[in-house]
Structure formats: structure tokens, C-alpha cells
Ligand binder design. Structure first.
Ligand code: APR
Ligand code: PHB
Length: 402
């Protein structure tokens, strides 16, 4: 067994772990990242790419925004279409100046990986069997296996940044955590293609045939999604079928100008709302997807991960700079307050924009639920105050100081 020592052991090299690691590096707080798969594998997972101002500010503080500032596209608004009619949510005007930035999560991750490598900070990729030991004692440590060798990483704190399927959440005894979950009866079939996007801004489309989303990564790369049944298989969708169905769900003016091409990536993601109510267990802190999942309809997943990182980072700075551990006790409370806002917004947008067909929802017949949701959407889109409520949440609620 090889023993290593660090201040913060970070499990997972997704955006949460890498961003926290980068902030800690800049503050002179030693950290080691343990990741189960390879860096290339992490970068192969296509994820959303809408960044709130809070994310951009945090990336700047981490010194990780050099490419984001150069290449990220500022979006001053987005659209919600109902059938052929698109309603623009003018983020900038409605919020008094706030916008979002379109820059893929994969690129955020790539930038952070490069900075970490350049800083010479330790990352174990392909690390197997990570386990957290004694998070309640002064003898906290993480063990893992790397290249046929057993390692023990002795640390002050463990940041559980290992996503929804990681081991960190399971380390918190079940009786100490309450888990809230809603699984939606559909998934999103996503296609990435080297084609110019159908619109300059993101468009969420509600249609009789189900939801569709038109997004992009750049002027030459598009990202589209279709609502599909939960048990749908990606093999059933040729590119031709995908484009034909997308055309039917977009407003006619967009369908007419849609440019199609070969897909670079095609996958189905289930939709889930999930919150683990306890994000701390002694020296272990859950961050990002390890503690909560949102359906992608509000583009909040990465942004909620970033606010957790910001809060934990502040609390750790207090410990190491001021020898003050008091804010650690407020981590769960402060982080979850913002998480629940993001959960509520994503759940609300998902309910309003998807087609639940004749499925019973919230104890109501599908047809009844869909009338409520239709009326709700009409009301919010038809009122400037309603559009402001959407805009204010889309750009992201403020970060709370711990
Ligand atoms: N040991 C080590 N690493 C692990 C383990 C484990 N047992 N289990 C999971 N991991 C790694 C995964 O391989 C992954 O690279 O943890 C990482 C978690 O990354 P993400 O799932 O991307 O989670 P997070 O960093 O919190 O990012 C949140 O990503 O999933 C999206 O919508 C989400 O945009 C949000 C963002
Ligand atoms: C994406 O571009 O992948 C994307 C954008 C907005 C969302 C979800 C996904 O709400």
C-alpha cells in the first residue's frame, strides 16, 4: 500500500471536481483528484453548454475563462415556440442586463484539464475501487487501486464530485440522508451534427408530437434533442428519421431552413429530478451531480454544480486561511437553497413543455394535466412579468455567500 497525503481529496474529474481543484490550486490548497475512467472518456460525454453569469465569474476567478471569454457566444435571449409561434424571452431586457453564455461543457472540462496538467497537480485517471474511510474522524482517507497498486490518500477533506452513480453519496449512511426523486416517463434523444444551427439563439419547442430543442455549440455545430419514450432505443433512430421528426416539431419557418447532415453523436438521456438532502457527512462534502440531478430543460445541471463548488471553496478557504471551521456546518443548507430553486425551475419547464400524452401525472389524467400546463405556459408567455420570471431564473439566481 502506497500512502499519499493531501489537504483535499477530490473524487471525480468532471466539471465539479476539476473546477474545485483549480480554485484550490490557485489558493495554494493541495488537492488530488481520483477519477475512475480516462480523461478522453470524460471528454467524450456530450453535455449541455449554457453558462450562467455566476459560472462565468467563477471560471474567471479560477483563471479558467481565457478560452470561454474568447470563444463563448453571449446569448441575450432564447425562444419558446408553441407550434409555429415562437415567443422570445429577451433575457437582457427583462433582467436589466443579464445574459447567458453558450460554451460547451466539454470545452469547460477540457480547459480545466489542461490547466491542471500545466499546474502539475496530481490526478489519477483509471483509478479503481475508490472508497472513503472514516469521514467522521481526523483520520479520513480515500483508498483506491491504480496500475495494480493499492493507494491510500490521507486527507483533511473529501469532495465527492463523482456524479450521480458515484460512491460518495452512498458513503453517507442511509438514515442520515433523505432522497427526493422524480423520474419522468420520457428521455431526450440528442444529435450533434456539423451543420449550421437553425437559429442564432436556443429554441425550446412545444409541439403536439412532443418536445424538441434546437441548440448549438458554434456557428457550424448544432445540437438538437427530441422527447422520446423512456424505453426508446437509439438504434431505432437513423439520422433521416431524426431529421424528419425534428422538422415536424420545429416552427414551420425553422423547419424550412433546417440544414441536416450526418450525426457526430447520438444518444438518449433519461430525465430525472433528484436531490439528496444532506450534502455533508463529517469531512465528506457532496458536490454537483453526486447530490442532485435536474432534467436538462432549464440548462441548470452544470450551473448548480458550479454554485456548490463556489460554496465549498469559500468554506475551505475559511478553514485554511482563517482557521475557521464554522461555515462547513452551513454547507448543506446554503447549497441546497439554490439547488432547490434550480430543481423547481427545471421541473416546471419540463412539465410545461413536454407532452405527457394520456399518462397520469400528479394523480391527474394526462389530458387534465396538459390543460393546466398549457394554460400556465400561455399565461407566462403572454405576460411581460411572466417572461421576466422565466428570464430571471434562466440567467441564474444569485450565489449566496456562506
Ligand atoms: N471513482 C472515481 N471517479 C468516479 C467514480 C468513482 N467511484 N464514480 C464516478 N466517477 C467520476 C465519473 O467518471 C465522472 O467523470 O466522477 C465524474 C463525475 O462527473 P459528472 O457526472 O460530470 O458530474 P459533475 O462533475 O458533478 O458535473 C455536473 O455534469 O452530468 C452533468 O448535468 C450535469 O452538467 C452537470 C455536470
Ligand atoms: C444543449 O445545448 O445541449 C442544451 C441547451 C439547453 C438546454 C439543454 C441542453 O436546456
Amino acid at each position: 500500500m502506497q500512502t499519499l497525503t493531501t489537504q483535499v481529496a477530490i473524487i471525480g474529474a468532471g466539471p465539479s471536481g476539476l473546477l474545485l481543484g483549480q480554485l484550490l490550486n490557485r489558493a495554494g490548497i493541495d488537492n488530488v483528484i481520483i477519477e475512475r475512467v480516462s480523461g478522453e472518456y470524460v471528454l467524450g460525454r456530450i453535455r449541455a453548454g449554457i453558462l450562467e453569469q455566476g459560472f462565468v465569474d467563477l471560471a474567471r476567478e479560477a483563471g479558467a475563462a481565457y478560452r470561454l471569454d474568447e470563444e463563448g457566444a453571449v446569448h441575450e435571449g432564447f425562444s419558446i415556440a408553441q407550434g409555429d409561434r415562437a415567443h422570445r424571452i429577451d433575457l437582457k431586457t427583462l433582467t436589466g442586463g443579464d445574459v447567458v453564455v453558450c460554451y460547451g461543457q466539454v470545452e469547460v472540462t477540457r480547459d480545466l484539464m489542461q490547466l491542471r496538467a500545466a499546474a502539475g497537480a496530481t490526478t489519477f485517471y483509471h483509478a479503481a475501487d475508490a472508497k472513503i474511510h472514516e469521514p467522521l474522524s481526523a483520520n479520513s482517507r480515500v483508498t483506491f487501486r491504480y496500475e495494480d497498486q493499492d493507494y491510500e490518500l490521507v486527507c483533511d477533506f473529501v469532495a465527492g464530485c463523482d456524479g450521480f452513480h458515484g460512491i460518495s453519496r452512498q458513503t453517507i449512511p442511509q438514515k442520515l440522508r433523505t432522497e427526493h426523486e422524480r423520474v419522468y416517463p420520457f428521455g431526450w434523444l440528442g444529435v450533434l451534427s456539423e451543420t449550421p444551427p437553425v437559429a442564432d439563439e436556443i429554441m425550446y419547442c412545444k409541439s403536439q408530437r412532443g418536445f424538441a430543442l434546437a441548440s448549438m455549440r458554434s456557428n457550424t455545430i448544432s445540437r438538437y434533442y427530441l422527447q422520446v419514450p423512456i424505453d426508446e432505443k437509439v438504434e431505432n433512430w437513423t439520422d433521416a428519421l431524426f431529421w424528419a421528426e425534428l422538422r415536424r416539431r420545429l416552427p414551420k419557418v425553422c423547419a424550412d431552413r433546417l440544414v441536416t447532415g450526418a450525426s457526430i453523436e447520438k444518444s438518449i438521456a433519461p430525465l430525472r429530478s433528484f436531490v439528496c438532502e444532506e450534502m455533508r457527512y463529517g469531512n465528506l462534502f457532496l458536490v454537483g451531480d453526486a447530490a442532485h440531478i435536474v432534467p436538462p430543460t432549464g440548462a441548470k445541471g452544470l450551473n448548480l454544480a458550479a454554485s456548490d463548488v463556489a460554496i465549498l471553496y469559500q468554506a475551505l478557504r475559511r478553514v485554511y486561511d482563517d482557521d475557521d471551521r464554522s461555515s462547513l456546518a452551513r454547507y448543506t443548507e446554503v447549497a441546497l437553497r439554490r439547488v432547490w430553486h434550480g430543481e423547481r425551475f427545471s421541473w416546471w419547464m419540463t412539465n410545461m413543455l413536454h407532452n405527457f400524452g394520456d399518462m397520469t401525472v400528479d394523480g391527474m389524467a394526462g389530458a387534465t394535466f396538459s390543460r393546466f400546463m398549457q394554460s400556465q405556459l400561455d399565461y407566462y408567455l403572454g405576460s411581460e412579468n411572466g417572461r421576466r420570471v422565466i428570464a430571471e431564473q434562466y440567467v441564474g439566481l444569485p450565489y449566496e455567500k456562506i
